[in-house]
Ligand binder design. Structure first.
Ligand code: CP3
Length: 357
């Protein structure tokens, strides 16, 4: 049952209990990850399939999670398009030759993922072997908008002036860039599915910076195209974004079998707006994982109550696990969600969804 839980929920089928995995479940909050990072850079880990698989498995060994996510990052595809990427301590990712003009957009290549992102495809293939069907493996990509924002700003941004600047002042260059990105993202997600990913997630982490009208005009058609391409491989697509409580309906319109929502919207309200024909992933505040256990438990309980046992709920955070998260809280949350969401109606004292299932 454990091996099936997550994929069944993606299809909105009933499950024995609510599946849970966490965005950024591999990373700096884990001592095993920090130990590996003392010896290797993040891009080195990502580009060495054996190391990427090792990190992918770290949280699977440590916790009773219902899915693994391949260890990678959203930015290497930009490198393959011709942008120079480094990760610097403190500053996060930096693109050294950002896109600022139509000429820059034209110069970007649309790489073949099988050729230039083969390290992640190989890692997926290897990870599937290592997992031996214990839990399904998720692949992922940045969404066209979030990738465009890094390509144009050259790093993280607060107000996205340059990104919106190109969007508003040079719409032809914007759409050309987004077409190239959508094409790459669609092909990359499809290639991941063919390599063995059993579901794929599109991360549109920063699209909440846009007004609904700008989203509809400048982003939605491109996200939809990438999602449609990925769905042709027959795997469920999770469409995740943050800060989009004002336009959840548009996120759904762009597509996805599962919609990932953040904590700025109540789960039950999100469900009423999205309807019963999509599954929902979310939506605990990642900072709640830093709280004392009674408070964390209270928040998890509230969330499960809002989900009300509807088929198609995948428990997750509303964004990634923070580096300051206590490992014990992650373990306690994962076990609590399983125990507290059991569907046999026998009361909270009997555990049927833990390790044994
Ligand atoms: O979820 C997982 O366990 C898979 C791993 C994963 C990473 N990045 C590894 C990583 C995933 C799913 C991502 C996605 C990603 N990367 C997103 C979308 C999700 C989100 O959080 O919004 C974004 C925006 C990025 C870009 C990125 N990568 C930034 C801004 C940074 C630096 C900020 C930071 O957290 O340090 C990274 C680096 C990065 N990618 C780290 C990890 C574990 C930490 C860096 C390190 O080990 O030094």
């Amino acid at each position: 049952m454990k091996a099936e839980r997550f994929l069944a929920a993606c299809r909105r089928e009933p499950t024995d209990c609510t599946p849970i995995w966490l965005m950024r479940q591999a990373g700096r909050y884990m001592p095993e990850y920090r130990a590996l990072r003392e010896r290797y850079g993040i891009l080195e880990i990502i580009k060495t399939p054996e190391l990427a698989v090792e990190v992918t498995l770290q949280p699977i060994r440590a916790f009773d999670l219902d899915a693994a996510i391949i260890f990678a990052d959203i930015l290497p595809p930009l490198e393959a398009m011709g942008l120079e990427l480094t990760f610097t301590k403190g500053d996060g990712p930096v693109i050294h030759n950002p896109v600022r003009s139509m000429a820059d957009v034209r110069a970007l290549r649309v790489p073949d993922p099988e050729e230039e992102l083969s390290f992640t495809l190989e890692a997926i293939h290897l990870a599937r072997k290592e997992l031996e069907g214990r839990v399904p493996l998720i692949g992922f990509s940045g969404a066209p908008f979030t990738l465009a924002s890094y390509a144009i700003e050259g790093g993280s941004s607060r107000h996205y002036e340059r990104t919106k600047g190109i969007m508003h002042a040079a719409p032809a260059a914007w759409h050309h860039l987004m077409e190239k990105l959508a094409d790459l993202v669609g092909r990359y997600l499809s290639a991941q599915a063919r390599a063995g990913a059993q579901a794929v997630q599109l991360f549109d982490s920063w699209v909440g910076a846009l007004s609904p009208a700008d989203y509809r005009e400048y982003v939605l058609p491109h996200s939809r195209r990438a999602i449609e391409m990925a769905r042709q491989e027959g795997v469920p697509v999770i469409h995740f974004s943050t800060g989009t409580a004002g336009m959840l309906e548009l996120i759904k319109e762009a597509g996805g079998d599962v919609i990932g929502v953040d904590w700025r919207v109540d789960l039950d309200a999100a469900w009423r707006r999205l309807g019963e024909d999509v599954a929902i992933q979310g939506n605990l505040d990642p900072v709640a994982l830093l709280a004392p256990w009674p408070e964390l438990k209270r928040q998890a309980t509230r969330l499960l109550k809002q989900a009300a046992g509807r088929p198609g709920h995948i428990f997750n955070l509303g964004h990634g696990v923070l580096p300051t998260t206590p490992v014990d809280n992650v373990r306690a949350l994962v076990d609590f969600v399983h125990e507290h969401s059991r569907r046999d109606g026998s009361g909270a004292d009997k555990l049927i969804c833990g390790d044994s299932a």
